[in-house]
Ligand binder design. Structure first.
Ligand code: HGY
Ligand code: MN
Ligand code: MN
Length: 418
């Protein structure tokens, strides 16, 4: 069968049905999607996707941290395969498209190629990565970090959630067996990795473009702070004698905003996304506070300068307030530069398919950030309604998803036969 991109039409009604079905597998009622690593909903979501992959005739395997690999073996199975994929875990109060479009859309791309009579030379592999979101352990991209050798098995084994449950405790619940040391992939294990994902930003919609091709993924970092002050009775402890951990945390959160808005770069962003205080009683002075702070920029040096400013501000605020500070850098990652040849190939296919497109930066991080350590990598973006993401009204239309699947299918076939 002579393969030609314009003959590739996904079964969009089937894909929409699957997207909607997976969205209902959630720890929260619709329209909210929440699926945190190895929760009961995450396990049901994994089983749902596994079944679809099996029905599509893909060979399944799962590694020791729960990354799932669904392979379509090609006529030259000894060659490095072509990989695609994303994640199905979802943060609290999320939408139904983040990650999922790159998993179910990729599955649909493979089914579309098979229906068109395409025969892969290099095998094609769909990867469903474990814990792209940082919710469980505070560290994002757990599965792809281990695959890319960015996170050592030793450090991964020390990860624990806020209740002290370790990664091994959660792996056991997830039915994952085997040593974490077996997870890292050898260099050039894959010929290429291409991830389909929603943009999670407003650019494509504002410019009325169908496809974004990612050239660079911004540099993420996460700080975890534990503040220990002195609790006491809200009525009896007068203000001058207080060591209020909650107020120290509040000042630090404002110091984050001040640091990232004074770098001179519009690309620097900072978020105190987790802020918990104890004991959490209205008439008790907060004795402890926990903060998790997310700081990013497209330039490493700018991001690092903002981080340093935040860390010194936190130390000064806690010293002045007589609050003890424990600060941990959970991750400080470099940006990823995507493969220029892949970007060019995809631009050419968009042109062939008559789809408007542009190259762009990803401000969100993705598993591609770490797959870029393993092989040539890039991403295909589709528009996000109003740029919304990490909220229940996240939305991409069936037509926008279909366009992304068409480009992905054409890309996978082109690289497989290269
Ligand atoms: O936070 C991120 O950038 C990704 O959506 N986990
Ligand atoms: Mn996300
Ligand atoms: Mn994502």
């Amino acid at each position: 069968m002579n393969y030609w991109p314009n003959t590739l039409w996904p079964n969009s009604p089937r894909l929409q049905h699957e997207l909607n079905a997976l969205a209902l597998i959630s720890e929260s009622p619709p329209p909210v999607v929440t699926r945190v690593l190895f929760s009961e909903a995450d396990l049901r979501g994994r089983a749902f996707v596994n079944n679809l992959c099996r029905e599509a005739g893909l060979a399944l395997r799962e590694d020791a941290v729960g990354n799932i690999f669904a392979r379509w073996t090609g006529s030259a199975p000894e060659l490095p395969a072509v990989a695609t994929g994303s994640h199905i875990d979802a943060i609290p109060n999320a939408g139904k498209f983040d990650g999922v479009v790159g998993v179910l859309g990729a599955l649909e791309a493979l089914r579309t190629l098979r229906a068109a009579g395409f025969q892969p030379r290099r095998s094609l592999e769909l990867v469903i990565f474990t814990a792209e979101e940082p919710t469980r352990f505070g560290l994002g991209c757990l599965g792809s970090r281990l695959l890319g050798g960015v996170l050592t098995p030793e450090r991964a084994a020390r990860l624990a959630d806020r209740d002290g449950q370790t990664l091994d405790d959660w792996r056991a619940r997830g039915g994952c067996t085997g040593p974490l040391a077996a997870v890292p992939l050898p260099q050039q294990h894959y010929a290429a990795f291409v991830e389909l994902h929603i943009e999670q930003g407003p650019v494509l919609e504002q410019e009325n473009l169908a496809i974004g091709i990612v050239e660079k993924i911004a540099a993420p970092s996460t700080l975890r702070l534990q503040l220990t002050g002195v609790g006491g009775h809200a009525g009896a402890v007068l203000m001058p004698g207080r060591h209020d951990a909650g107020l120290a945390g509040a000042e630090i959160a404002l110091a984050v905003e001040s640091a990232v808005t004074s770098t001179g770069s519009p690309d620097t962003v900072g978020t105190t996304g987790v802020f918990r205080i104890e004991p959490g009683a209205v008439n008790s002075v907060p004795c402890r506070a926990w903060l998790e702070i997310d700081v990013r920029d497209t330039q490493t040096a700018t991001r690092d300068a903002a981080l340093a400013q935040i860390e010194s501000a936190a130390a000064a605020i806690c010293a002045r307030r007589g609050v003890q500070l424990e600060l941990e850098r959970l991750n400080v990652d470099p940006p990823a530069i995507c493969d220029a040849r892949l970007v060019q190939t995809i631009a050419g296919l968009c042109h062939t398919l008559g789809l408007s497109h542009r190259t762009m930066i990803s401000r969100a991080y993705h598993d591609s950030l770490f797959m870029a350590q393993v092989c040539p990598t890039t991403m295909i973006f589709i528009p996000s309604y109003q740029g919304y993401s990490h909220r229940p009204d996240e939305y991409s239309s069936p037509e926008q998803i279909e366009a992304g699947v068409r480009v992905l299918a054409a890309t996978l076939a082109t690289i497989s036969n290269a």
